[in-house]
Design a protein around this ligand. Sequence first.
Ligand SMILES: [Zn+2]
Length: 130
Amino acid sequence: MTNQKPTALRRNQSDARRIARAAYPHPGCCICDNQHVELAHLDHDPLNNDPDNLAWLCPTDHHRFDRGLIPLDGLKSFRAHQQRVKGKKTTLYMKDAGSKAAASRAALGIGSEIARKAHATRKRNKQIAP
Ligand SMILES: [Zn+2]
């Protein structure tokens, strides 16, 4: 008899990577989108290759997660978000935020005279632009 574990219980990193690639096709770190990633087992059990237990993390964020500095539910939220936006910067959510805020203030009749003037200028410039 050997000390080797049965095949099914041995750590299989290539299986884990295959499962993670299928479940999370965007290859960047869940937290920072660094493309140099390691595969993290979220329950720290290298035999648990359930997709929910896997996440791509850069070495820095992997270290932070393993030390408990990144909460598990937060990491899972980041992982879902990262796959949804495929690493695109989320500043698109802020597109035209300034002019929209100015429009809201103007519609509500709140804000300073300067803000109303800025809104009028943006509106005028938008009409001039092709
Ligand atoms: Zn990272």
